[in-house]
Design a protein around this ligand. Sequence first.
Ligand code: AMP
Length: 143
Amino acid sequence: MTIARILATKGRDVVTAQPHRTLLEICEILAARRIGAVVIADAHGQLLGILSERDIVRAIGQAGASALDDPASSHMTTEVVTISENETLLATVEKMNNGRFRHMPIMKNGRLDGLISIGDVVKFRLAEMEREQSALREYIATV
Ligand code: AMP
């Protein structure tokens, strides 16, 4: 299964925030949208980094609640690993496992074109396995 197929069902919306937004503002976005990470982009939508709940917890753990006033740019990850929609679900899981992160932006022609989380991966992989299983059962029943 390709990432393009997942995006066709899930949609290509990506929640972004600009780098000057404070961690508190990012927390408000994460809570309102019920998500675990935001892509940090400039006013033109150019990818600058990614900031997840882990980064916020680490910042508060190290500096205390005052970290909530810091800009996203001071705690985001700037070396963002991205994929294209032509990659497979399996290749994507491998990249997430190797990098130990749960979010993966999808890029097309240098622009953001979607985001999938480990939750999406698990959901779509389970559905795929169920389809494979029932196809096998049907096949066995006919031989
Ligand atoms: P996560 O597991 O996605 O909540 O993120 C764990 C750590 O990896 C945080 O420091 C994130 O900023 C970072 N991170 C999340 N997604 C990516 C990604 N696609 N590429 C690089 N770093 C990431």
